[in-house]
Design a binder for this molecule. Structure first.
Ligand code: ADP
Ligand code: ZN
Ligand code: ZN
Length: 742
């Protein structure tokens, strides 16, 4: 017998299978996914690798084939089904097979309970980018280097960080103080938590819930394992529906995975699952040590777990008979991995479901365009939950045109309508949240008089203001000079859009003397736990007004909040990537959802310079489908996902001239490889952060209507890079349908 083995080296040039013979003492002991030790290369260095296939005959003369030495000690076999999934991920997202295999293996190695320190990034991509820019602007090189390192790989061992990135403990501590990273040790107890199943507390489903769960079960019972999208507003009872679906699947002797973004993985949510499924539930989270994760995976393998709940990585739980994968809040950008392979958990869940005959249920109040598009193409069944389960009314939404405010002589950041409503709340002792939408904000230029925004003529995204009065497109590199007057109305009110939470706090305090105000943003949440402290103070009624960035939007219920003010809805609308409209709609709907969660009806004020923009109109009307139609028209016209697919090729190198040259070669190759002329090639251009710890960066985008064609071109590019020594000194990464912009 012979085994095909992937050797554990992350290097494109060796990313292929090697054939080894299986000595008689190992016959029957190996299976697909087993980790083994093999002699490798000229010196027969002992390396580890994974078995990916078996065959009865040699591909080379038998005497040239080396034998497998042994099974790796303390190895964990990758289930053979997960090997197939890894192959799909490599194919789809690029990178090497070994990187894909390591991704689907939830724990790398059996962990003894020894102390090990690791450094973990706490910011999401957008926040990290902003931070990085800040350090670079301040010329804080060590901090920038550390953050950039963590952006490449969000969790790293302490020893590696200090050696590889040349940073001291003091630098790590300073970033810890600022809430950028956590320094964790794994000395925690590895005990299992035992929960007893509660009394069956049955919820009486409303009509829509019954229909949704019923439709799923009707298919499932007949062996139809499809994809479903539960589209229901927050509080419409989605989680109850998932629980019912899981109950049915588990009743059939199969298992379920529930993916929840880490921020939404709250104590309350977890307890709801424990209440229904007792200790046959297992939870993964990023705070757990490798040892704790290992314990949970052992329970899975012993068949003690029916339901695994966790963030992205829980998708690779090695269940024997997986029947259902739920992806809650499927629109969340946290589902996209930032490490190679840069997979999307939603898409990968659908692939795993198909391979293993499991159903996939996506859920969201603001579905991604990708998910809704699947429903339109018939690949996914739409299940609607249009009303709040407990019957509360939706808030009333007012849109205020800030251009009119300016005309009326109000130059303040706060409109007259909002002032009046805040005063009303102060009188009644109710609370207000003021939300400044800075997500993905990248310094666009607009006219306060007419609302005109300077955009790229080729890509239809906003230009970003750079030093020296340049405006730059981050897709194609188009540049122009900052203007003095508005090309649309001739007014001189054109300029960078500036607003900070600090500034708003000052204004609010001046305007509403005597009101108690709390502020939550990057500055006020630097210290550990300050995040929780601010929220609980607000929740306890210690303040009348909470001012904050997107941090305040998610996952918290304040029953006494009856007014939400969105101060500058345009900030995310004119961020510089094609998802800005979708992100704005999503944030506005979620922010609006904060108002009137208790028994009191809520009101929402959206302040904007572009009241006619469909993202804002549709969010004000809480009309997802109206938004979808308009947004799809834009994506179709410009060839953006989900209508087309977009591949980002990110190139990094120390020598700027050389990098430019190499990027040029890669582009000419792409042009030549594209024989059928199906590609649109954009760039190479400098990304948003164009230089990180002395490494220059370039990015090229490839757009294509047919996914298979794009993947074909990606394979050709990978081969071209592999055989050309010239690319050895630059790092090239692929990102398929990236969430933001580089
Ligand atoms: P979602 O996941 O859509 O936000 P949940 O499932 O968390 O919604 O439900 C919101 C609240 O309504 C929860 O407290 C839940 O227990 C309750 N709930 C859900 N369905 C019903 C129902 N049919 N009748 C009464 N209460 C319900
Ligand atoms: Zn103007
Ligand atoms: Zn452009």
């Amino acid at each position: 017998m012979y085994a095909d083995i992937i050797v554990d080296i992350t290097h494109e040039k060796l990313d292929k299978v090697f054939q080894y013979s299986i000595p008689s003492e190992l016959e029957g002991a190996l299976s697909v996914g087993t980790e083994v030790i093999v002699p490798f290369g000229k010196g027969n260095r002992e390396m580890s690798g994974y078995v990916v296939a078996f065959s009865g005959k040699p591909d080379y003369p038998a005497e040239k084939i080396k034998p497998v030495l042994k099974k790796a000690e303390k190895s964990i076999a990758i289930e053979s089904k997960l090997v197939s999934l890894a192959a799909w991920m490599k194919e789809q997202y690029g990178g090497t097979m070994i990187q894909a295999l390591k991704t689907v293996l939830p724990i790398k190695r059996k962990e003894a309970a020894r102390m090990k320190r690791k450094v973990r990034l706490l910011l999401d991509t957008e926040e990290a980018k902003e931070r990085l820019k800040f350090y670079l602007d301040k010329n804080q090189k060590a901090r920038a280097r550390l953050l950039a390192g963590l952006m490449d790989q969000p969790e790293q061992e302490y020893e590696l960080v200090t050696k590889k990135l040349h940073v001291t403990l003091a630098v790590i501590r300073s970033l810890e103080e600022q809430g950028v990273l956590a320094l964790e040790s794994e000395e925690m107890m590895r005990g299992l938590v035992r929960y007893r199943k509660h009394e069956e507390d049955t919820v009486h489903f409303n009509e829509e819930q019954r229909r949704a769960a019923g439709r799923f079960w009707e298919d499932y019972r007949r062996g139809i394992y499809g994809n479903y999208l539960v589209y229901g507003i927050t509080g419409s009872g989605k989680t109850e529906v998932y629980i019912e679906m899981i109950r049915k699947v588990v009743g059939q002797g199969r298992q379920a995975i529930v993916l929840i973004p880490e921020i939404a993985l709250t104590y309350q949510t977890v307890m709801r699952f424990y209440a229904r499924f007792g200790d046959r539930v297992s939870i993964l989270n990023s705070r757990m040590s490798a040892g704790e994760r290992y314990d949970q995976m052992e329970r899975v393998k012993r068949g003690e777990v029916d339901v695994m709940i966790g963030p992205r990585s829980a998708l690779f739980t090695p269940f024997k008979n997986l029947g259902l994968i739920v992806v809650d809040e499927e629109h969340e950008s946290a589902y996209k991995s930032e490490q190679v392979p840069r997979y999307h958990a939603r898409e990968t869940a659908i692939a795993r479901g198909k391979m293993e005959g499991a159903s996939v249920v996506l859920g969201s109040a603001t579905p991604s365009l990708e998910a809704f598009y699947r429903c339109k193409t018939g690949d996914c069944t739409l299940l609607r939950l249009p009303a709040r389960a407990a019957g509360q009314e939706l808030p009333r939404v007012y849109t205020v045109d800030m251009r009119e405010e300016l005309k009326q002589g109000n130059r303040s950041m706060i409109s007259d309508r909002l002032k009046e409503l805040v005063r009303e709340r102060l009188k009644k002792g109710q609370q207000t949240m003021l939300f400044l939408n800075r997500r993905g904000y990248a310094g666009f230029v607009s006219c306060r008089s007419c609302g005109y925004v300077v955009k790229c003529p080729h890509c239809d995204v906003s230009l970003s203001a750079h030093k020296g009065g340049r405006l730059v497109c981050h897709y194609c590199g188009y540049e122009e000079r900052t203007r003095k007057t508005c090309p649309s109305c001739g007014s001189g009110c054109i300029g960078g859009f500036k607003a900070g939470t600090q500034q708003i706090e000052d204004i609010v305090k001046r305007e509403f003397a005597g009101a108690k105000v709390l502020r939550m943003d990057m500055d006020t949440t630097k210290k550990k736990d300050s995040h929780e402290k601010i929220l609980s103070a607000f929740s306890n009624g210690e303040a009348d007004i909470l001012i904050g960035t997107q941090m305040i939007v998610k996952g918290h219920d304040f029953p006494n909040v009856t007014l939400v003010g969105i101060l500058a809805a345009d900030m995310s609308l004119y961020s510089n990537d094609y998802r800005s409209g979708e992100r704005t709609f999503e944030l506005l709907v979620q922010a609006a959802g904060r108002a009137g969660r208790g028994n009191l009806k809520g009101e929402v004020v959206i302040q904007t310079y572009s009241p006619d923009h469909y993202s804002i109109r549709m969010a004000a009307a809480q009309d997802y489908e109206g938004f979808y139609k308009e947004e799809m028209r834009y994506r179709e016209l410009m060839g953006y996902p989900p209508v087309s697919d977009l591949l980002a090729v990110l190139m990094t190198g120390a020598d700027e001239k050389y990098l430019e040259l190499a990027a040029g070669y890669l582009k000419s190759f792409a042009v030549r490889a594209d024989k059928e002329k199906v590609l649109q090639i954009i760039g190479p251009a400098s990304p948003y952060v164009s230089k990180v710890s002395d490494e220059y960066r370039k990015v090229m985008y490839l757009k294509c209507k047919k996914k298979e064609d794009l993947i074909g071109i990606k394979d050709l590019l990978e081969q071209y890079i592999e055989i050309n020594r010239g690319f050895d000194c630059i790092k090239i990464q692929f990102d398929f349908n990236p969430m933001g912009i580089f």
